[in-house]
Write a protein that binds this ligand. Structure first.
Ligand code: RB5
Length: 149
């Protein structure tokens, strides 16, 4: 299952991603928001981040105006590696090298077509492992307070 969330600034691109998921029969849960009324993005970032860390969702997608606010909030949840993406290269590399588990995008940065493309790449790119495993483990150690390398 893919967990989705947004604020008012990311609603349109989230809805475009939802259409892509439905067209491709990919299971998802939309944690809101659902209208263009102004809302607070940390609420939706938290819902999606905890869906991922609890194992309910394999990956998450969060959208706000820039992608930055949702990424900052999501990255405060232990176990989350949320990446702000605004080009195809980063959508691929953050899966391959960082094992990112949440894709963050901005509705005031990327078009609907771009957001769908970034989501498609993100959801279909595996983690490379190998030397990158050690580096992701170092990120985890920083989070755990056990970093001493
Ligand atoms: C909302 O106006 C805006 O601040 C939000 O969507 C996001 O861009 C924050 O990072």
């Amino acid at each position: 299952m893919i967990a989705l969330g947004c604020d008012h600034g990311g609603l349109e691109i989230k809805n475009a991603v939802i259409k892509y998921l439905e067209d491709n029969k990919i299971n998802y849960k939309d944690y809101g928001c659902y209208t263009s009324e102004s809302v607070d993005y940390p609420k939706y970032a938290y819902k999606v981040a905890t869906a991922v860390t609890s194992g309910k969702a394999e990956l998450g997608i969060l959208c706000c105006g820039t992608g930055i606010g949702v990424s900052m909030a999501a990255n405060k949840v232990k176990g989350i590696r949320a990446a702000v993406v605004s080009n195809e290269f980063c959508a691929e590399m953050t899966r391959r090298h960082n094992d990112a588990n949440i894709l963050c995008m901005g509705g005031r940065v990327s078009t609907k077509d771009e957001a769908v493309k970034f989501a498609d790449i993100f959801l279909n790119t595996p983690f490379d492992g190998d030397r990158h495993t050690k580096r992701v483990d170092m990120i985890k150690a920083i989070e755990e307070g056990t970093y001493n390398i």
